[in-house]
Design a protein around this ligand. Sequence first.
Ligand code: BGC
Length: 252
Amino acid sequence: MTAHASLRLGIDIGGTAIKYGVVDTATGVLAGPIDQVPTPSTPAEVAAALRGISETVQSLEPAPPPNSAVGVAFPAIIRRGRACSAANISQEWLGMDVNAFFGAALERPIHALNDADAAGLAEASLGAGQGRDGAVLVLTLGTGIGSAMVVDGRLVPNYELGHLEIGGAKAESRASAVARERDGLDWTEYAVRLQEYLRHVEMLFSPELIILGGGISVRHGDFLPHVQLDTPVVPAVLNNSAGVVGAALAVV
Ligand code: BGC
């Protein structure tokens, strides 16, 4: 088995699926397909799933160096490897040293970071934000709202702009993709809520560019034309690979 020095395994832990892939960190390009397994419920089961992924990936060609660090995108505030929030995940994760926990299971170094930070890093540097300087804000619209602030190509970690309160409610409880489905909103109704949120974000942070990601971004033609902001708003282009690529890039 040939190990290629610049290859790293990137893993993106989501609510329903754990996606993974091998990324050439010299270019940010995937060295193979994105695969996925269902997300189990307990931390121990997730660790076992990650171990299985690591073993599978190392048996394939091309593989990252055997004991190279693994990038893990995780849906929580991650401070120095520790999960410091658990908004849309089991409370069992709260306070857990994710780097150490997964590191013990995989027997290799782990670099965990917030899921939106991983996706945002990739999207801002290699996707819709490529070539843009200044403050690029990436928002992922999914179960919650994730956010990543990337300034001149550097990530400012753990922005939690989905938790901004507007009119007494958390933004993600009103303007996420899941909130749209839960409340049965058509695209125009959803655009009204999204615009209210984006205007607030625009006023507070004045980004140069806002990129909207998450599964819903493929339907941008249905809602973006109804959103009027002074800041350019564009859909993400990397879609389901962004978290995997960003996690791998964050390792090195
Ligand atoms: C969490 C964030 C996460 C986002 C997307 C939010 O509820 O607080 O940490 O990035 O959901 O998963």
